[in-house]
Design a protein around this ligand. Structure first.
Ligand SMILES: *Cc1c(COP(=O)(O)O)cnc(C)c1O
Length: 219
């Protein structure tokens, strides 16, 4: 079943879009089934669960930390996590840099933006991101690489609203690319789209979709 779902999804994706299989709350056996179908990018939203699964699964899996991250948890994932999607403060970025340095790594991250109408979602506003990128504290960091942006749209059936939010994230990406990352080819990712809205996200320029329940079933 999982294998079929993945193959079905992959046939719909333009080549620029990478599928992150979101395996949170799902057992190691389910992840292995996806792995055997060729899937290598997996997303988890809790550090403890991520660390437990990583220790039991093949080492060529690229782990994506997609959930809100507390500074005191960064150290547990710092040795291996491929991409941290939800960076929303300078303080968190500084801690990621510190832990990456300890592990002699350059940690790839995305900046999370607040694009939804819901108060419960996390993320930066554009002016906050600019203040962060303009700060001397940010410029002093040596072990992080910002590779793009991430966001979550409102949970609604209103496609026009969702489309507008994804387009807003794409515009934020373009603005940051032009103002801060024009020389950095690796600033190239727009992580947006989940099971319910990935088609809209792809139409709005997503390069990474984070899909859980459509692959692994409901939680
Ligand atoms: C759970 C989660 C997803 C996947 O959600 P589905 O609706 O199951 O596809 C994507 N992104 C984040 C940040 C999540 O926490």
């Amino acid at each position: 079943m999982i294998k079929e779902k993945i193959n079905e999804l992959l046939t719909q994706l333009p080549t620029r879009v990478r599928l992150i299989a979101v395996s949170k709350t799902k057992p190691v056996a389910a992840i292995l089934e996806a792995y055997e179908a060729g899937q290598r990018d997996f997303g988890e939203n809790k550090v403890q669960e991520l660390v437990e699964k990583e220790s039991q699964l093949p080492k060529d899996i690229r782990w994506h930390l997609i959930g809100h991250l507390q500074t005191n948890k960064v150290k547990y994932a710092a040795a291996f996590v491929h991409l941290i999607h939800a960076v929303d403060s300078l303080k968190l970025l500084q801690e990621i840099d510190k832990q990456a340095k300890k592990n002699s790594r350059i940690q790839k991250v995305l900046l999370q933006f607040y694009i939804a109408q819901e108060e419960t979602k996390f993320g930066l506003e554009l002016h906050e991101a600019k203040a962060l990128l303009d700060s001397s504290e940010y410029r002093a960091l040596q072990n992080i690489e910002i590779c793009g942006v991430m966001g979550m749209a409102s949970f609604t059936d209103d496609d026009a609203q969702v489309r507008k939010e994804f387009e807003k994230l794409h515009a934020i990406f373009n603005e940051l690319k032009a103002s801060y990352f024009a020389e950095q080819a690796t600033f190239s990712e727009i992580s947006m789209g989940m099971s319910g809205d990935y088609q809209l996200a792809i139409e709005a320029g997503s390069t990474m979709i984070r899909v859980g329940s459509s692959i692994f079933g409901g939680r």
